[in-house]
Every structure is written in structure tokens, then in C-alpha cells.
Design a protein around this ligand. Structure first.
Ligand code: GTP
Ligand code: SPV
Ligand code: MN
Length: 595
């Protein structure tokens, strides 16, 4: 029996098999059986370790190759037809040339391996906002991760029918095996042979040489952000690097919030926060990506296109993020953590210390050695439905109506705890000028501080200036139904290097102020950079924080902001005349307010 009646899909799979020359082809059905069989095979081959079922049932740990531990932005390409369409912040190569190079690499690259065909849906199958992708990969690790992160299998092929639209995603670890050659635990190609390539006009993704995260699980950053952002621009919707949560007030009023922070800057944590203020409740809808369309009622409706969490492990604990810890109790995949003597996983920042184990490089480890046991970008993969506070409506095909957008980043100085934009255009300016200190989520980002507009710098599939214009256009379409926009910074530090704000569950205090602003209840004062909470407008009841700290957290240092303005201007200059006039107007207004 053929696996699909979809002629275009069959033809593409045949073409890839002829090029990559795998030993066999397996069509994934998304079943538990398939997941277990592949997991057992990876344990038997030595690439995975089963965790102690008494500690963490049905869970495994992987160690990646030390060179393959995070996204590689220098090897990520937006190969649009023209360089101009990709813009100055993306790596561009002529698509014809890139395809030629990559076809050379793909030729025979799956020898000795199985080629898996993964039909997956981003978003609930049948939602008007969802999209179908087909990932072809030679990595069983990718298959089991995709099982968790997306909706995989026969239902997707059924939804695709004979001629439905799909996004082809081709992936290979780039490590063919000679006859009789034994495989390594984590096959991958050297850095100069890695290519994470996007052909936006064709809705096509070609990835080669890496097995890790966003380089290899192609539904995530490649499809749901880079390709989807370009589709969204063409089709009038939004694909954003945003968590989605529902916050319910003590009176029972619901607020839906979507927040964009750069990688490793707190999306997963905020998405599952446990408010420290009585009566307020958070439910999680998504922790990394939001797809949003204007609904029949004129409001912006958001879905989470993913089905799982691929979260940063270090720093995750019952103290900081109990709901993430609950989500990973079972049926989870861990990568680059410490393997403990009890057969469980551990990482820096977990609740209890670990005195002995095997580190992420496979070496015996004790904390006394002075080295980190888990890689800073160690991750867990867990089904979203295992989160105890997953919102009952998280799979609603219609999405949830967004009331509030939040932007932010990691800034040890200058940027206050929270600011509200004066209006939509000013909010778009706040998003466009977002900046963050570097994290471990990308291998090759070493800047102390970089501008990361809308947390989309590594994920926007087209010219950043045009993306800003799209935000203005969406605001015009939404009119008075547009979400209100805020900017936050949980990461302000004292001169001694201590966090000034406790963060995590206490961030609910800041969310509460936002909701009260939306409801027209909370007080704010104008500053040159936006509206700030009036003294006493932030609910700090029960929090041990000094008056001086609060003042510092809400202080606007004019001199520092003038320097910031100069940096913003410098950053914007690279986009030339593609910077929308409305963005320039915002810059001028800020200059005026600071003078
Ligand atoms: P990606 O998955 O890479 O997109 O990251 P993310 O944005 O989901 O970040 P995540 O929530 O995983 O947080 C990254 C790191 O920031 C973790 O080590 C967290 O413990 C830490 N973090 C998150 N929220 C806060 C906060 O409010 N305050 C402080 N100080 N640290 C935080
Ligand atoms: C990020 O870097 O923003 C992530 C992890 O969410 S990855 O899937 O590797 O891109
Ligand atoms: Mn992310």
C-alpha cells in the first residue's frame, strides 16, 4: 500500500531518497510504538541512556557532540531570490549556488542509515491558523523529539489528502556510514559543513550537518518562525517568537498575554509562572512561538503551533519553575545534562546539589572540579499536555484573543523593570529596539549586548525593515482592538552584581499592573521612554524589597538613554530607506523627549 495518495509528496520523498541514498525509508505514523522502538534502538546503539524508571519513567538522556550544542547563526541562511529580500541581518547566499553546494553534500549522505519521513502539523490539525510540514531526516533523535514537539503521523497525512499544501523540510546529520562502519553516539558534520538553509519564496527548508535543537527539529525555528514569518508577511498574519499565557484576575477577568524575549531570556519561565500574589492565576498556552491571525471579531487570535517544550534546563528548579519541573517528570528527553549515580538527570541550579555523576561530555564529574556538569544550553523535551497548568483551551483551533504584548531582554543596567508604550507605534518602536546581553542559546553570538528586534533577529525570514512595516500594518488593521504593548526587564543588577528584582513568580506583580492598565485602573507616570508605574501602583505586598531598590528599578537615567538612543540610531542605519517613516518618527520623538 502506498503511504500517501499525495503525488507531489511521493515524488519529493522519492527524489530525496534517490539523492541521499539511505539503506531504507520509514514513514512515521506518530504512534507510541514507533517512539518506543526508536528509543530502544538508540539505547541499544549507545546514543541514549534510559533514566531510572523509578525516578523518571519513560525518559532518556542524550549527550551531543561537543561541537553541536546550540543553534549556529553563522551557518544559518536566508537564501531568498535577492540579497535585498533577506536584508542586512540575515546571512544570504544565492539560492542556486547554495542548492548546488548542498546537493553535493546530500549526495549519498544517508548511506548506512534509515531515512525517516515525518508528517507533522504545526498547530492543532484542522485549525485555520495551522500548517503542515514534512520533515525528512536520518536522525532517530529528531524523530522522537518531533513526536513530542509537534503533532506527527497518519492524521496529518489524512488532513493533507491528495493535494494539500505542505512545507518540505529536509534534514541530515551529514555523517554517512561506510559498509560495516560503527556509528558514533552523536553523528554530525564539522561546523564548516553545517548549513541551516531557508528558501522563503519556495517555503523550503534544507538543513545539513547538525542534530541539535532548532538546527534539526525543523518545525520549530526554521518552519514556525523563519518560513512562517515570510508567509505571514505575504498573507497578513504574524509568526512571532512569543510565549502565550492566560492570566485570570481574582474577579475572574481573563487576560491573554503574548511575550517576546530573546532565546534564554525567560519565555518558558513566564509562560508557566506561579503568581506570588493571591487570587491571580496563570495558565500556559505556549512557551516559545505564537502564530496570530485577526479573527472574525477583529481581535488578534493566537495559537501555539508546537505540542511540546524544548526548554533550557540549567536554572530550572522547583523554586524557579515548578510547573516545568512537573512537566518533565516522565515521557521526556534530556540532552547534555549530568547523569546522576541514581540514574536521573541533574543540572546547575536544580534544587538539591549533586555530588557526583557523569557530565555532559561523558566524563566523571564532581562539583569540586570547577567545571559545569550540564552544558549551559542543555535542554529538556517534554509534552505540553504534561504541564499541570496547561490551559484547557491551549488547542482551541480558533486561538485565544491577545490583550497584551510584552517585549524584553536581559539588561543588567539602564532598562527599567516595566514601561508601557504611549501607543501602538511607540510599542512597535519598543519591540524594534529591544536588546539583550548574550546567552548560551546560540553557539556563535558573543556580543556583550546586541539589538534583537522583537526577539526575531535570528528568526526573521526576510528584511527586518519590511518586518517592522508589517507590524505597523497589523496595528492599522487591528485599530482599537490592538493589544496594548509593554517592555520589561527582569534582569537588572546592583553594582555588586545581585538581581534587583526577584523575578519568576514575582513577575506576576508586573503582569498585574499591566492588566490594571488595560482595565483602566492602575496609575502611571509619563517618562521620556514610556509610561512607568506610579509609586505604589505596583503591588509589592509581602515582598522583601527595599524602597531604594524599587526606585532604582523604575529609574530613568536620561544620560544613559541618550547613549542608548545613539546606539539605536546606529543600529537602524544599516536598514537604510527600508526603515519605515513611522519608525524614524518614533526615534525623533524620543530624541525630543530626552532633550
Ligand atoms: P529559549 O527556549 O531559548 O527561547 O529560552 P526562554 O526565553 O524560554 O528562557 P527560559 O525561560 O528558559 O529562561 C532562561 C534562563 O533565564 C533560565 O536559566 C532561567 O532560570 C532564567 N530566568 C527566567 N526568568 C527569570 C527571571 O524572572 N529572573 C531571573 N533572574 N532569571 C530568570
Ligand atoms: C531558542 O534558541 O530560541 C530556542 C532553542 O528555543 S532552539 O530550538 O534550539 O532554537
Ligand atoms: Mn526560543
Amino acid at each position: 500500500m502506498p503511504h500517501t495518495k499525495h503525488a507531489k509528496l511521493s515524488a519529493w520523498v522519492d527524489e530525496v531518497a534517490a539523492l541521499c541514498k539511505p539503506d531504507q525509508v520509514h514513514w512515521c505514523d506518530g504512534s507510541e510504538n514507533e517512539y518506543s522502538r526508536l528509543t530502544e534502538e538508540m539505547i541499544a546503539s549507545g546514543s541514549a541512556t534510559r533514566l531510572n524508571p523509578a525516578k523518571r519513567p519513560n525518559s532518556v538522556h542524550f549527550r551531543s557532540h561537543p561541537s553541536d550544542v546550540a543553534r549556529v547563526e553563522d551557518r544559518t541562511y536566508i537564501a531568498s531570490l535577492t540579497r535585498d529580500a533577506a536584508g542586512p541581518t540575515n546571512n544570504w547566499v544565492d539560492p542556486v549556488e547554495l542548492k548546488k553546494t548542498m546537493r553535493g553534500l546530500y549526495d549519498g549522505c544517508m548511506r548506512g542509515r534509515t531515512m525517516y519521513v515525518i508528517p507533522f502539523s504545526m498547530g492543532p490539525i484542522g485549525s485555520p491558523i495551522s500548517k503542515i510540514g514534512i520533515e525528512i531526516t536520518d536522525s532517530p533523535y529528531v524523530v522522537t523529539n518531533m513526536h513530542i514537539m509537534t503533532r506527527v503521523g497518519k492524521k496529518v497525512l489524512a488532513a493533507l489528502g491528495k493535494d494539500g499544501e505542505f512545507i518540505p523540510c529536509l534534514h541530515s546529520v551529514g555523517a554517512p556510514l561506510q559498509p560495516g562502519e560503527k556509528d558514533v553516539a552523536w553523528p554530525c558534520a564539522p561546523i564548516e559543513k553545517k548549513y541551516i538553509s531557508h528558501f522563503p519564496e519556495e517555503n523550503l527548508i534544507w538543513s545539513y550537518g547538525s542534530g541539535y535543537g532548532g538546527n534539526a527539529l525543523l518545525g520549530k525555528k526554521c518552519l514556525a518562525l523563519r518560513i512562517a514569518s515570510a508567509m505571514a508577511k505575504r498573507e497578513g498574519w504574524m509568526a512571532e517568537h512569543m510565549l502565550i499565557l492566560r492570566l485570570t484576575s481574582p474577579e475572574g477577568r481573563r487576560f491573554h498575554i503574548a511575550a517576546a524575549f530573546p532565546s534564554a531570556c525567560g519565555k518558558t519561565n513566564l509562560a508557566m509562572l506561579q503568581p506570588t500574589i493571591p487570587g491571580w492565576k496563570v495558565e500556559c498556552i505556549g512557551d516559545d512561538i505564537a502564530w496570530m491571525k485577526i479573527g472574525p471579531d477583529g481581535r488578534l487570535r493566537a495559537i501555539n503551533p508546537e505540542a511540546g517544550f524544548f526548554g533550557v534546563a540549567p536554572g530550572t528548579s522547583f523554586r524557579s519553575n515548578p510547573m516545568a519541573m512537573e512537566s518533565i517528570r516522565r515521557n521526556s528527553i534530556f540532552t547534555n545534562c549530568v547523569l546522576t549515580d541514581e540514574g536521573d538527570i541533574w543540572w546547575e541550579g536544580m534544587d538539591d546539589p549533586c555530588n557526583h555523576g557523569i557530565d555532559w561530555k561523558g566524563k566523571e564529574w564532581t562539583p569540586a572540579g570547577g567545571q559545569k556538569g550540564a552544558h549551559p544550553n542543555a535542554r529538556f523535551t517534554a509534552p505540553a499536555r504534561q504541564c499541570p497548568i496547561i490551559c484547557p483551551d491551549w488547542e482551541d483551533p480558533a486561538g485565544v484573543p491577545i490583550d497584551i504584548f510584552i517585549f524584553g531582554g536581559r539588561r543588567s543596567a539602564v532598562v527599567p523593570l516595566v514601561t508601557q508604550s504611549f501607543n501602538w507605534d511607540h510599542g512597535v518602536y519598543l519591540g524594534a529596539t529591544a536588546a539583550s546581553e548574550a546567552t548560551a542559546a546560540a553557539l556563535d553570538v558573543k556580543h556583550a549586548l546586541r539589538r534583537d528586534p522583537f526577539a526575531m533577529l535570528p528568526f526573521c525570514g526576510y528584511h527586518m525593515g519590511d518586518y517592522w512595516a508589517h507590524w505597523f500594518e497589523m496595528g492599522d488593521k487591528l485599530g482599537d482592538k490592538a493589544p496594548k504593548i509593554f517592555y520589561v526587564n527582569w534582569f537588572r543588577k546592583s553594582p555588586e552584581g545581585k538581581w534587583l528584582w526577584p523575578g519568576f513568580g514575582d513577575n506576576a506583580r508586573v503582569l498585574k499592573w499591566m492588566c490594571e492598565r488595560v482595565a483602566g485602573k492602575a496609575a502611571a507616570q509619563e517618562s521620556p521612554i514610556g509610561m512607568l508605574p506610579s509609586k505604589d501602583a505596583l503591588d509589592l505586598k509581602g515582598l522583601k524589597i527595599g524602597d531604594a531598590e524599587v526606585t532604582e528599578l523604575l529609574r530613568v537615567d536620561k544620560a544613559a538613554w541618550k547613549a542608548e538612543l545613539a546606539d539605536i540610531e546606529q543600529f537602524m542605519s544599516q536598514f537604510g530607506d527600508r526603515v519605515p517613516a513611522r519608525m524614524r518618527a518614533q526615534l525623533e520623538q524620543m530624541r525630543h523627549r530626552l532633550s
